[in-house]
Each structure stands twice: as C-alpha cells, then as structure tokens.
Design a binder for this molecule. Structure first.
Ligand SMILES: [Ca+2]
Ligand SMILES: [Ca+2]
Ligand SMILES: [Ca+2]
Length: 235
C-alpha cells in the first residue's frame, strides 16, 4: 500500500512493554526506544499504527480487515503527520477497527466509555490501549471448549458459550456441526458435508455405479455397431 511508505518516515517513539505480538512483528513499536506513554501522539504515529493494524486484521480475521477499514486507510493524507491527535480523531480512526472486531464477535463494544472531551489531546498510552487488540490470539479462542473456535461459531450463527451445539446437526445432513468445522464444510448446507458422512459416501457410490453403468451401455452400443456394421449409427 502506498500509505505504508508514506507514514513509515514518521519517527516512532512507541515502546513494546506490553502489547500484542503484532506490534513488534510489524515494527509498530521500537523496542529500543524509551517508553513515553504520556507524550502526545501525532497523526503520523496514528496512521502508522492504523496501517499495521489493518494489515494484521487482514491476515488474521475470516474475511480480512473489511472494506471500511481499507477505505479509512486509503483516505489518509501525507500531510499533517506531526500534528497532534485529539481524542475525537483517535476514536474516529479506532472505531473502524472496532466495528470490524464487533462484526466477527471479538468484542461487543468500543474500548471507551463516558463523555471524554474529544478535543483533548490523545497520548501514546491511549492510542496503544485502543490498538492492543490481538486477532491472532482470538482466532484460537474456544470459550466453551467444544472444539469449535469462537470465530467459527459466530460466523455460522452458533453460540460460542454453549458447548452443546457442537453435537447438533444444523442442516440435518448427518454430520455434526463439529465435524463440519473440522472438515471445513458448510454446517448450513446439506450438500456440503465431510468425506466421512454416510450420506455422502452413499451418494458417491451411487454416482460411481451410475458412471459404470453408462460406460457399460456405451461399450455395448459400440459392440452392437461393430457387429451389425450399419452406417449412420452413432452414440
Ligand atoms: Ca466453541
Ligand atoms: Ca451438518
Ligand atoms: Ca453441511
């Protein structure tokens, strides 16, 4: 993305004391810098954080970061990078990410509450706080320990806090929801089922038998053709 290079030139004074692994992996934070969470955050730093957060969500979440996040990133200008950010601006940028995180079930709310003064300057610590989400960790989360991760349950309309739905068969195709998760088939489409599904095996056998019957018929027809030697016969 062009914006990556654009904001990369902005100096970073973020520090990686505590935070998700992607901060370090993506170079959002400078591990050699002195922590200064009370310093004002500037627009270049916020853009840099947002670009990397977008890349992280894109690589981790089912369906990626989403079009609203990418539209936000593409709307970033190359100007005002050293201007301070106020809380309203921080919330505006972060809300795009939280809308996406709420859509996939990572969280149910924005990480701020009350009536903060949107015109107050945001500091580094506040920006780090709202961008401390960890999609990689969340993708492995299985709250009810039924074997189906939360993200897959939310994506398919199941309850990530009820382990009983793993043994249910939402589409009545003979495979449990868990088996469909494990086989990466669609738990709401009875035509999509794991290879070990008895109905699928029967269907496969039926199709196999049909193909063989057809082959036998064609073979017979050719034999008949050769035997009779009649012209104009084709199959
Ligand atoms: Ca689960
Ligand atoms: Ca099923
Ligand atoms: Ca299915």
């Amino acid at each position: 993305m062009a914006v990556t290079g654009m904001v990369a030139v902005v100096s970073m004074i973020l520090q990686a004391a505590t935070g998700p692994a992607w901060w370090v992996a993506r170079g959002v934070v400078n591990t050699n810098a002195t922590p200064n969470d009370f310093a004002a955050v500037n627009q270049g730093q916020l853009k840099w954080m947002a670009v990397n957060a977008a890349l992280e969500l894109e690589s981790q979440l089912p369906g990626g970061a989403g079009s609203n996040v990418w539209a936000l990133i593409e709307s970033f200008s190359n100007t005002n990078n050293f201007r301070p950010v106020n809380l309203g601006q921080l919330k505006f940028v972060a809300s795009h990410f939280y809308d996406r995180l709420m859509a996939v079930g990572y969280t149910t709310n924005y990480p701020w509450s009350g009536q903060p003064n949107d015109y107050a300057l945001a500091n580094i610590g506040q920006m780090k706080n709202v961008f401390s989400f960890d999609a990689a960790w969340w993708m492995t989360l299985d709250s009810d320990e039924d074997g189906m991760p939360d993200w897959w349950e939310v994506m398919n309309g199941f309850d990530p806090f009820n382990e009983n739905d793993a043994d249910e068969d939402a589409d009545g195709d003979g495979s449990t929801n868990y088996d469909e998760y494990a086989a990466a088939t669609n738990p709401h489409n009875s035509n999509s089922m794991p290879a070990n599904n008895p109905i699928k095996q029967e269907l496969d056998y039926f199709n196999y038998a049909q193909v063989n019957l057809l082959r036998a018929l064609v073979g017979l027809a050719h034999l008949f053709h050769r035997t009779k030697g009649c012209d104009g016969f084709s199959i």
